[in-house]
Design a protein. Structure first.
Length: 395
C-alpha cells in the first residue's frame, strides 16, 4: 500500500460535507476540522469500500481507477484498509476486516458525542488510518491527543500521514484497552473500535466528570451501540446511555471465541434434540442491520451467539450457540407456515431464553437502544432500562 498526494478541491468531498451537515452528524463546531482534515489523505491506494446494501467489500485501486477511488473516499461508507491482522495479501477481500476508515457520518457523530473543546486532553483508542486522531488534534491542539494502536505497521503508516499533514498527536503502539497511563488523566476517551466490556483502565485514566465514548456490544452478534459514559465522583464508576446503533470491528482482545457449528451440532444432533414450535414470525424476528432487536437480545441473553442463515427454498434457519457450553438451538422459519419448528439441546434452552427476552422487549413497548444504558464499576457492568435507578441486570 502506498499513500501519495491527493486532489484537494473535489466536488465529491464538498457534497459529502453538505450531506453530513444536513444529517446532523457534522455540527458547526466541527465544520472547520472537516475542511482541514481530508479523509482521502489517510487512505491507501488499495482499499476495500464496503457496499452497505450488498453487505460486501470490493477492491478499489487508485492507480488503476482513480475516479472510483475518489468516489469511494468521498462517500459516506466504511472502507476496509487491512484484512486478517495484516497477513492477507492480494487484491481480493480477506476473511476478517481488521482495520478501516469508518463512515464519515459515524466519525463525526462520535466526535459530536465526545463534546470536546480546545485544550482538553484526549485518549484516542484505535488509531487506524489516523484520520480521527488528526481531527481531534486539529480541534483540541497539538500535544493534547494520545492515540493508541496495537498494530505496529498500521500505527507507523498513520504516524507518517499525520506528520506529513502537520498533525502531531502522540502516536503509541500498544493495547488500546490498557489506555496510556503515562499521559493520564484525560478529559475525554474516544474508542473507534468496538468493545464488549469497558476496560477499567479507561475509567481510571479519565478525570472525574470526564467522558468516555465507545461502540459497545455483546457476543450475540455484530450489533453495537454508541455508549457515552460519565466518570462519577468516586473515580471508579462510570454511567451513561446508548445513543444509536452502529457496527464496529472489535478490540482484538475482545473479539470473542470462534463458533464452529459442527462442534455444537454434530450430524445426528437434530434427531436427539428437544423439539417444539414458536409463533414468533420471521418478519418479527429477523431484522436488518442497525435494528434495535438484536442489540436488546444480546443484553438479555448472555454468552450466546446468533447466526442467521440465508433463505433457501422458502426456509431460513436461525441458529443459537452457547459460548460457555455446547448448548444450541435452531428455529426454522418457512414461508407460508404459521409456526416455526424449534430444536434445542444442551444444558441451556437457548431459544426459550431468546423468546423470553423477545417477549420482555415487546412488553416494555419495544424500546430502542436510546432507552438503555450501562453502569461500569470495578466489579462488572450492569445494563439498565430508562435510567440506572430502574430495572438493571448484569451483562
Amino acid at each position: 500500500m502506498t499513500f501519495g498526494e491527493v486532489r484537494g478541491d473535489r466536488p465529491g468531498r464538498k457534497e459529502l460535507g453538505r450531506v453530513l451537515v444536513e444529517s446532523g452528524a457534522l455540527v458547526p463546531d466541527w465544520v472547520p476540522t472537516f475542511a482541514a482534515v481530508d479523509r482521502a489523505v489517510f487512505l491507501p491506494d488499495l482499499m476495500w469500500p464496503y457496499d452497505m446494501a450488498a453487505r460486501a467489500s470490493v477492491a478499489v485501486d487508485r492507480r488503476a481507477d482513480p475516479e472510483a477511488w475518489y468516489a469511494a473516499a468521498d462517500s459516506d461508507v466504511p472502507v476496509v484498509t487491512q484484512w486478517d491482522d495484516g497477513v492477507h495479501r492480494g487484491v481480493g477481500p480477506g476473511m476478517l476486516s481488521t482495520s478501516s476508515s469508518s463512515m464519515p457520518s459515524v466519525v463525526y457523530s462520535l466526535l459530536r458525542d465526545l463534546d470536546v473543546d480546545e485544550g482538553m486532553r484526549v485518549l484516542d483508542v484505535g488509531t487506524g488510518t489516523g484520520e480521527t486522531a488528526g481531527a481531534l488534534t486539529h480541534r483540541v491542539g497539538r500535544g493534547s491527543v494520545v492515540t493508541v494502536e496495537i498494530d505496529r505497521v498500521v500505527s507507523a503508516q498513520a504516524r507518517e500521514r499525520l506528520c506529513r499533514h502537520g498533525l502531531y498527536p502522540e502516536v503509541v503502539v500498544g493495547d488500546g484497552g490498557a489506555g496510556c497511563p503515562e499521559r493520564a488523566p484525560y478529559d475525554r476517551v474516544l474508542a473507534t473500535v468496538g468493545v464488549r466490556e469497558i476496560p477499567g483502565a479507561w475509567v481510571e485514566q479519565t478525570r472525574v466528570g470526564g467522558i468516555v465514548v465507545a461502540p459497545w456490544g455483546t457476543y450475540y452478534g455484530n450489533a453495537d451501540a454508541v455508549l457515552r459514559l460519565e466518570v462519577m465522583r468516586d473515580g471508579e464508576t462510570a454511567c451513561g446511555g446508548f445513543t444509536r446503533s452502529v457496527e464496529f470491528m472489535k478490540l482484538r482482545a475482545q473479539r470473542g471465541p470462534a463458533v464452529v457449528h459442527g462442534e455444537h451440532v454434530p450430524p445426528s444432533a437434530l434427531e436427539s434434540a428437544e423439539t417444539s414450535t414458536t409463533s414468533v414470525t420471521e418478519a418479527e424476528f429477523v431484522t436488518g442491520p442497525f435494528a434495535d432487536l438484536p442489540f436488546v437480545l444480546g443484553l438479555r441473553v448472555p454468552h450466546c451467539r446468533q447466526a442467521v442463515a440465508d433463505k433457501r427454498g422458502g426456509a431460513r434457519p436461525v441458529w443459537f450457540y452457547g459460548l460457555s457450553d455446547r448448548s444450541w438451538a435452531c428455529v426454522m422459519f418457512r414461508d407460508g407456515e404459521r409456526e416455526a419448528a424449534v430444536w434445542q439441546s444442551g444444558p441451556r434452552r437457548l431459544w426459550d431464553e431468546v423468546a423470553g427476552a423477545y417477549a420482555w422487549w415487546r412488553g416494555q413497548g419495544a424500546p430502542g437502544v436510546g432507552r438503555f444504558g450501562l453502569t461500569v464499576t470495578p466489579y462488572g457492568q450492569r445494563a439498565w432500562l430508562d435510567g440506572p435507578e430502574g430495572e438493571s441486570w448484569a451483562v
